[in-house]
Design a binder for this molecule. Structure first.
Ligand code: GLN
Length: 196
């Protein structure tokens, strides 16, 4: 099955996701307008500034196309991407897309200077835990998870990586490390669902 992963390229760190996808041999495509979603098997919403991404989505009238895509195909959101995918943001008036049944607190670790790097134990299929490097940049926290949401990694007893079926949400940036395990995990989800 051929996989084409779209990366929402309106603002933020889309190019590093594309580079990592290419490294693992997957076709990656910049998504800048609703039509670009055609032919994509899955979508990544990158980190950046969630308010800026949302503003662009509204400006180019892409909201409906994204809702339709997420109802049918796998989506992974990192940091600002997760914020946009969430059901509710507890410390902001922003209304996110609402696909992933989690509540989010933006900038929960403080300012840019409070960004940090750590090793996380993640559950990538089965019960085995794998250690991966993770970079947190003005990261949000996940304040509530719905009953259909599985927690795949925690940091200081708080969820940082969650899955709800074909939707993955991460509060950190795997694409800024050399470790492609999470992207590979996402691609495995895409392939197993046979959604191309
Ligand atoms: N703080 C940003 C926001 O609220 C997210 C930061 C990031 O994506 N690294 O949108």
């Amino acid at each position: 099955m051929s996989v084409v992963v779209g990366v929402l390229a309106l603002q933020g760190g889309f190019s590093t996701h594309i580079a990592l996808l290419k490294k693992v041999g997957v076709t990656a495509k910049e998504v800048r307008k609703p039509k670009d979603l055609e032919g994509c098997t899955a979508l990544i919403i990158p980190g950046g500034e969630s308010t800026a991404i949302l503003k662009q989505v509204r400006f180019i009238e892409m909201h409906d196309a994204l809702n339709l895509f997420a109802a049918q195909k796998p989506v992974m959101g990192t940091c600002a991407g997760l914020i946009l995918m969430s059901r509710h943001i507890v410390n902001d008036t922003m209304v996110p897309f609402g696909w992933l049944d989690v509540d989010i607190k933006r900038n929960a670790f403080g300012r840019q200077a409070d960004s940090f790097h750590t090793l996380l134990e993640v559950k990538l299929g089965g019960s085995k835990l794998q250690k991966i490097p993770a970079l947190f940049i003005r990261a949000p926290t996940i304040e509530r998870v719905g009953q259909d949401v599985e927690i795949l990694a925690q940091y200081q007893n708080q969820p940082v990586f969650v899955r709800q079926g074909k939707l993955l949400g991460l509060t950190f940036h795997p694409e800024l490390t050399q470790d492609a395990s999470l992207h590979q995990f996402f691609i495995d989800i895409v392939k197993n669902r046979g959604l191309s």
